[in-house]
Ligand binder design. Structure first.
Ligand SMILES: [Ca+2]
Ligand SMILES: [Ca+2]
Ligand SMILES: [Ca+2]
Ligand SMILES: [Ca+2]
Length: 308
């Protein structure tokens, strides 16, 4: 356990009065309700049970069984209400099952990438490629490098970028409101982005060991290249091109960045053993609360790709 996390923990205790101190365990109704709650929903997924847990206020949570064995989770904001929706892709069937946060309804959508014969190896790459504020269903096939996108505004699109060994990292890097196709190549330590605004392909060398977490941490509307490794966040600013390192979290933390306070800037956030800790970019401190059990996967909160 690093001292950094110990510091965060004491900060958590100090400022807990303004934060929500919420559900202690997904599955039990034990809850400590204190002050006011933000309009943010947090999402967990338990892969063994196939159950999702959504906490939308301090005193209660919703548990939903969604998806089946072998599904790959693909949570994102498909209905454009700013809240991540529970979603899973079934690689064998090529179908997607989504629970819309706005209506609470569950829909299964057949989406088989036409030319991907080996659909079992498709990777879900949902993002808002058409910029209408709603996430589009999409898959990337490493073998062919093909991206198959079903635009939420209508129509399908096929594009090609990347290949075997690459990691898809779609995000809005050029700040036009549309997610850009992007891959990271570990072999070449290079991020390659097709800017949706210009159509140009841009490559940037930025070595990344750890979890890739591109998001707009600087608030200029453009996603910044970023990686999280054992508590260290390395972020390459879209504004200056400089890389800054921040320590937030510890070795056992899972990064869950997102715009928790709604100011348009992604906040550093980690999930560690049932505890979420968020560093709010709006400068009002650190928000911490407990939500989740052993074996749960923290999914996230509000959307990363915003059209506005
Ligand atoms: Ca939603
Ligand atoms: Ca869309
Ligand atoms: Ca873009
Ligand atoms: Ca930025």
């Amino acid at each position: 356990m690093s001292t950094t996390f110990a510091k965060l923990t004491s900060a958590f205790v100090k400022i807990a009065f303004f934060a929500m101190l919420a559900v202690a365990a997904s599955g039990s109704a034990e809850a400590v309700c204190t002050v006011e709650v933000k309009e943010t929903a947090y999402l967990m997924y338990n892969p063994v049970k196939g159950v999702w847990y959504e906490q939308s206020d301090a005193c209660s949570f919703t548990a939903v069984r969604l998806g089946e064995k072998g599904d790959v989770i693909a949570p994102a904001d498909y209905d454009g209400d700013g809240i991540v929706d529970m979603a899973a892709m079934n690689p064998a069937k090529g179908s997607w099952t989504i629970r819309y946060s706005r209506s609470g309804t569950i829909e299964t959508i057949a989406f088989v990438a036409a030319e991907s014969k080996q659909q079992m190896s498709n990777t879900p790459v949902p993002a808002d490629y058409d910029g209408d504020g709603r996430t589009d269903i999409a898959v990337w096939h490493a073998g062919s490098g093909e991206w198959h996108i079903a635009a939420s505004s209508g129509g399908a699109r096929v594009a090609r970028l990347g290949g075997i060994g690459d990691v898809p990292v779609p995000a809005d890097y050029d700040g036009d409101g549309q997610a850009d196709l992007a891959v990271y190549s570990p072999a070449r330590k290079t991020w390659t982005v097709i800017n949706s605004r210009s159509g140009n392909t841009e490559s940037t060398i930025f070595a990344a060991i750890g979890k890739l977490v591109p998001a707009d941490y600087t608030g200029d509307g453009k996603a910044d290249l970023a990686v999280f490794d054992k508590g260290t966040w390395s972020i390459r600013s879209s504004e200056t091109g400089e890389t800054e390192e921040n320590i937030f979290g510890s070795e056992g933390s899972v990064p869950v960045p997102g715009d928790h306070d709604g100011d348009g800037i992604a906040d550093l956030a980690v999930y560690t053993d049932g505890r979420w800790v968020v560093e709010l970019s709006s400068g009002i401190g650190i928000n911490g609360f407990e939500f989740g059990n052993e074996g749960d996967i923290p999914v996230g909160l509000v959307q990363v790709f915003s059209a506005s």
